[in-house]
Structures are given as C-alpha cells and as structure tokens.
Design a binder for this molecule. Structure first.
Ligand code: PLP
Length: 261
C-alpha cells in the first residue's frame, strides 16, 4: 500500500480543539497526509481568550525531532505558535536538518482573542533567522505589518520576500471590506489573489486550518498557486459549516467534504 506523505507539525496545543495542533492534525488528515507533531507550548484558553501558556522544553522538542528524523521522511513542515525564543532557535536547528523540504510558517504573534505570544526580540529573530528557511509564510495583515515594519501590503510582502521566504501569502480577514482577499506574493511570479465572501462570525483556528491545508497541498506536490487555491476552498468551506461549541468564537468544521481538490 502507498505511504501517505508525512508532515512535521510544530505548533502549540489549544485545549479547545479549535486552533493549534489539533486543527493542524485534523486538516492534514483530511488531505490524506499523516501528521507527526512537536508541541511547542501548552495553552490555557477558551473560545474567547488565551489566558496563559507554558513553553515545552526546547531540548525535549529537539530530541523528539531527532527520533522522528531517524526513521521518517517528511514531505513538508508546518510551523504555528512557537511561544519562546529558545523554541524559535530550536526550530531553526530542526529545519536546517531537513534538505529540500517545503516549510510553511503561520507566524502566530497573537491568539484568537488578541493576547500576544511574541515580543519585539522574538519578532526580530523570526525575521532574521526563520524566514530565510521558509517556502511560504501566511501572515494576516497585522502580522505582516508587525514582521515587516511596513504598512502597505505590497511593501510588507517585498520586505518579507527580501528576508528570505520564497512566497508570502497575506490573508485579508482583518481588512475592513465586504470580501476577504488573500494574496500570494512570490519572488519569481506575479502576485495572485483569491477572494471570498466575508462571513459574519469570528473564528478560532481559521489561520491554523488554512496554513495546514496549504502545507498538505505542498506535501502532495502541488505548486504554491494550486496549494493556495485548494487551501482557500477547504478553509472557506470549513468556516461556512463552523459551529460554536463554547460561547465565543466559532470553530471551523474540518472534514473531508471541505476538500474538493
Ligand atoms: N496556535 C495556538 C496554540 C492557538 O491557541 C491559536 C489561537 O488561539 C493559534 C495558533 C492561532 O489561531 P488562529 O488560527 O485563530 O489564528
């Protein structure tokens, strides 16, 4: 029987199950891939707010990676919440061990309810050390502005491409307009936008879902543009079917029927 592509997921644990590593695993599974998970931090949160988080030992995470790396060949890597400078440096070491493996970074700087998980030193380090190792980064507009220090989207994207990422996919959920426009900026191709209707609810885990679907697309050997289109459709479908298990944000309903590639 054919092996499924294995994806190395490096992300935080959100006990609500809406975001974080659970969102990543569900999405990756829906795409017929297998997730190997390195948990960077444990969080305390509900569907409205992130209340606290504790980093996992970066030494343990590196040892977990080494054991996996001895026997599993990864088709792609997805990085979500990192949570500490130590962990960021460890992730750089991990990626440097993987040759020619596409890397998707969702630069989580704040949780769904707005709580920050990154200070200025962390943001500088991410820009200086991690971006050069990334195939696609998926900032929303505030993240793109914070990471680049620029305001306009074209300027943000140029700065982040110069920092080293092959592609920058800026998601438009934070824009004040009726449609959501997501744009893929690339070093060697013209920019490419996809738009969808702006849904009324607020969501917990939409960014994780989108970045994981994109990673699965790359693991399945799709081009960045095709992986973008598939991830866009999958995420939009999962948001249209979202429900509200708690009292705050809605959770994407990730399921195979959301994957129409
Ligand atoms: N990763 C973790 C562990 C989180 O708790 C959150 C949000 O709370 C995120 C990532 C980002 O979630 P979203 O996809 O809503 O941006």
């Amino acid at each position: 029987m054919n092996k499924r592509p294995s994806i190395l997921v490096i992300a935080g644990f959100d006990p609500t199950g809406g975001a974080g590593i659970q969102a990543d695993i569900e999405t990756i599974n829906d795409h017929g891939c297998h997730a190997c998970s390195l948990i960077t931090a444990l969080t305390q949160q509900n569907s409205s707010n992130l209340l606290a988080y504790e980093p996992v030992s970066s030494d343990l995470v590196y040892r977990q990676f080494s054991s996996l790396h001895q026997e599993i060949e990864f088709s792609a890597v997805k990085i979500g919440m990192i949570g500490s400078i130590d962990m960021l440096e460890t992730i750089v070491r991990i990626i440097e061990n993987l040759v020619n493996v596409p890397v998707v970074l969702d630069p989580v700087l704040a949780a769904g309810g707005g709580a920050s998980v990154a200070n200025a030193e962390f943001i500088d380090l991410m820009k200086d050390k991690l971006l050069r190792l990334c195939t696609i980064i998926t900032p929303n507009i505030p993240e793109a502005q914070k990471l680049s220090g620029k305001t306009g989207l074209n300027d943000c994207a140029s700065t982040l491409l110069e920092a080293g990422s092959e592609h920058v996919l800026i998601t438009g959920t934070h824009q004040d307009q009726e449609i959501v426009v997501n744009t893929l900026f690339s070093k060697h191709q013209p920019k490419y936008s996809l738009s969808c209707e702006r849904l009324a609810a607020e969501y917990h885990g939409s960014g994780c879902t989108f970045a994981s679907a994109l990673t699965a697309g790359l693991a399945l050997n799709h081009s960045a543009g095709n992986a973008f289109r598939m991830a866009h459709d999958y995420t939009f479908n999962s948001l249209k079917q979202a429900d509200q298990p708690g009292k705050g944000q809605f959770f994407p309903r990730r399921q195979k029927s959301s994957f129409d590639a």
